[in-house]
Design a protein around this ligand. Structure first.
Ligand code: NAD
Length: 248
């Protein structure tokens, strides 16, 4: 391959996405960094693309700008995601919040992936040694119940199935697809519920007894992107300090 491999990371401005973009850049990738907000700096070289993942017309721009800059997409990380504006009990969930959360977290990721996958297939046809991959940042909420943010949990359960089906469909092209499920990670998204999680962590909610950091997720993403799990398409990696362990 000529030049560096190229990673397209959504929601790269803050939190987990920012850390993923930095770790991938430090591991030798050129980065197309997508965010709805303007990204001023990441501390590494990157190509900024301001776009809204919930808008299908923005997807065309994202792919075209990335290809005009770098001519290829080796890794797509679907990280952009939102929480409900307000946590409401499932008996009070509003249609607006339901549509808004799903439009970014699952519908947006689905159609961006569809568009990127077509370009990755072209890339594999041109260069059969090339091994692109797609990574979805879902959440433990894909299968944990939180009745006060049902729409978020539903969006992540949908994302998990999206990951599985793309893994199945793209396997014939040697394009591997993975799902990464973060647990409770210290970012802007969890800032509003910090006290609650501080208390629950102190009381033993997480076996590894600490908040997850964006870098914990980013390191898992880099090892997937680098091909350490090349015979494991469809794999789900939980980065949650052991919250997947059922305990008595
Ligand atoms: P964050 O709010 O810190 O960062 C999210 C990023 O996505 C921001 O840069 C934001 O501007 C961007 N973004 C939001 N909507 C967008 C849109 N429509 N188009 C483009 N960019 C958009 O949140 P985070 O905690 O870093 O979350 C990143 C991902 O990890 C999300 O998918 C989230 O659901 C998931 N996650 C987070 C946690 C956690 O505890 N923080 C746990 C599990 C999963």
């Amino acid at each position: 391959m000529k030049g560096k491999p190229v990673a397209l990371v959504t929601g790269a401005g803050f939190g987990i996405g920012r850390s993923i973009a930095i770790e991938l850049a430090q591991s030798g990738y050129d980065i197309a960094a997508v965010d709805i907000e303007r990204i001023e700096e990441l501390g590494v070289d990157f190509f900024p693309i301001q776009a809204d993942i919930s808008l299908l017309e923005d997807h065309k721009k994202i792919i075209e700008l990335t290809l005009s800059k770098f001519e290829r997409i080796d890794v797509l990380v679907n990280n952009a995601g939102i929480a409900p504006d307000k946590r409401l009990d499932i008996l009070e969930t509003t249609p607006d919040s339901y549509d808004r959360v799903l439009s970014v977290n699952s519908r947006g990721a689905f159609f961006l992936t569809q568009r990127a996958a077509r370009k990755m297939i072209d890339l594999v046809h041109k260069d059969p040694n090339c091994r692109p991959c797609i990574i979805f940042i879902s959440s433990i909420s894909a299968d944990v119940s939180s009745p006060s943010r049902a729409e978020y949990c539903i969006s992540k359960a949908a994302l998990s199935q999206i990951s599985r089906i793309f893994a199945d469909r793209l396997s014939e092209f040697n394009i591997n697809v993975y799902e990464v499920r973060p647990g409770i990670i210290q970012t802007r998204m969890t800032a509003a519920v910090k006290d609650k999680y501080d208390r629950q962590i102190a009381e033993g909610l997480i076996p590894q007894k600490r908040w997850g950091q964006p870098e914990d997720v980013a390191r898992a993403v880099v090892s997937l992107a680098k091909g350490s799990f090349s015979y494991s398409t469809g794999m789900v990696v939980e980065v949650s300090g052991g919250m997947n362990i059922r305990r008595l």
